[in-house]
Ligand binder design. Structure first.
Ligand code: HEC
Ligand code: HEC
Length: 428
């Protein structure tokens, strides 16, 4: 790893734009072991920490080509254990009991743990939060990701990350984070949603398909149904682009997004998930792939996006406004899903599903670095317009504008800076 990835020499022009700031003295003071050498073949790992969700990494070590089709990195399948199981399908799904699975599942009958295999019959099992098997429950193979056309699988291979791999992913996620949240400052993260209209000429669509086939199929699948071979590793799953339902919009709940919305998402990626940022692709390729993904859903044939909502200037933040927001956060029952402290652990959290009935977690608002953008306007937009396809509703009708600004500031205060020595934050 040291030979292929390291941080000190950046020989190629434009590397800063692509990977982030160059290293500075002192940045690695707390890294064990210190990574020293010159840049060789792969990306600078000190700039990969927190770039992707953990799930991206689990797909990537299994086979880098699943998520980066032109990657030359070897696959590291020996960092996983595999258990083959024959499927006895019953009406309710298949309880499976090969004895090896006892090490990974308690087989307690109360909880079923859905596993979503890909068409090759590979089903990844995400590690428990503390990294220690077993998971408490019984695994159940679930084919709902395939909709009306499930593949016929007679056996599946369950794939478990080893303890070493869980540790490796955590280690990589920490690299470069001593420097703070620098990625948020990169231009690509702050890209606005310009009022652009992308013309879809045959040439643009041809380029768009090329980009899609080269970069997006591994996750979003050939037809855009979200069933690429990597999908079994990923939670949240890649978007099913054939439905034309999108979370990150400037348009009202239920509307198609604007071209600018899609351009913004593709450019900045979706933080904490496997959806990468694509800012390193040339502009014309990003524009073309947006035009192309609109051909994957028939919604665009007979609907137009509604006009974007106008979001005014935020009021000035004051301690009173934040306190008011805290009050409203309780009253509007945000805590039911996001938890009293905003950690994403409210009482409804374990049972939430998205519109396709896949499990979904409410955002952990204490991490900052939000999927939809991390400014007060971004939070306000999310609260006002909702995240379509997910349980996060629009509060446009139930809360006044002033109330939404107050809560938005309170949401930001949940991730405000804390003193690393005392753990004390700004007074709330
Ligand atoms: C490594 C897997 C992966 C790759 C590669 C990938 N995506 Fe995604 N994509 C995801 C995941 C996962 C989500 C869902 C994120 C969420 O729901 O929070 C997503 C969501 C999206 C969305 C939906 C955003 C919204 O508003 O709901 C769009 C659009 C999208 N991807 C486009 C693309 C395009 C275009 C490419 C190729 C240039 C691409 N993706 C490549 C994993 C991937
Ligand atoms: C029914 C459950 C539910 C309620 C109630 C709810 N949320 Fe959410 N919220 C979610 C879920 C689930 C997500 C994550 C969607 C995702 O990741 O795709 C989310 C996402 C968000 C995000 C986006 C975070 C990001 O990464 O961009 C913000 C901000 C947010 N919620 C704020 C609020 C506030 C403020 C309230 C109360 C006014 C609220 N939510 C009420 C379920 C809920």
């Amino acid at each position: 790893m040291l030979y292929c990835h390291s941080q000190y020499v950046r020989p190629v022009a434009g590397e800063d734009r692509r990977w982030g700031p160059i290293s500075e003295a002192g940045e690695y003071a707390f890294d064990r072991p210190p990574l020293l050498s010159s840049r060789r073949i792969g990306p600078d790992l000190a700039r990969v920490g927190l770039k992707y969700g953990d799930d991206w990494h689990y797909a990537h070590y299994w086979d880098p080509r699943l998520v980066v089709p032109d990657s030359i990195m070897p696959s590291f399948k020996w960092l996983y254990t595999r258990v083959r199981v024959l499927l006895h399908t019953t009406e309710t799904g298949a309880p499976m009991m090969p004895p090896e699975l006892r090490a990974y599942f308690t087989m307690s009958a109360e909880t079923s743990i859905p596993l979503y295999p890909n068409t090759d019959g590979l089903a990844f099992v995400a590690p428990p939060a503390n990294g220690r098997w077993p998971l408490d429950g019984t695994p159940v193979i679930d084919l709902k990701g395939f909709g009306d056309h499930p593949p016929t699988l007679t056996r599946v291979t369950l794939v478990f990350p080893t303890h070493e791999l869980v540790g490796l992913v955590r280690y990589i996620q920490r690299l470069g984070t001593n420097r703070g949240a620098w990625r948020e400052m990169l231009e690509s993260q702050t890209v606005g949603a310009p009022a652009m209209t992308i013309p879809s000429s045959p040439e643009v669509l041809r380029l768009g398909r090329e980009v899609y086939d080269a970069r997006c199929v591994g996750c979003h699948g050939k037809n855009g149904d979200g069933n690429g071979p990597a999908a079994t590793f990923l939670s949240p799953r890649p978007r099913n682009l054939t439905l034309g339902v999108f979370k990150f919009r400037t348009t009202p709940s239920g509307s198609l997004p604007t071209d600018g919305d899609l351009y913004r998402t593709v450019t900045r990626g979706v933080r904490w998930t496997a959806m990468p940022t694509w800012h390193e692709l040339p502009d014309d390729e990003r524009i073309a792939v947006v035009a192309f993904i609109k051909t994957l859903s028939s919604r665009w044939n007979h609907e137009r996006p509604e006009p974007p909502a106008t979001i005014g200037d935020p009021p000035t933040a004051t301690p009173e406004l934040v306190a008011h927001g805290k009050d409203l956060y309780q009253k509007a029952q945000c805590s039911r899903c996001h938890g009293e402290e905003g950690k994403g652990d409210g009482e409804s959290a374990p049972d939430l599903t998205d519109d396709l009935k896949f499990p979904i977690r409410p955002a952990d608002l204490t991490r900052g670095r939000l999927k939809g953008g991390s400014t007060v306007r971004d939070v306000f937009r999310t609260m006002t317009l909702g995240l379509d396809g997910s349980p996060m509703p629009s509060f446009a009708d139930s809360l006044s504008e002033e109330e939404r600004w107050a809560i938005s500031y309170y949401v930001l205060s949940l991730s405000a800076w804390k003193d690393p020595l005392t753990g004390l934050g700004a007074a709330r």
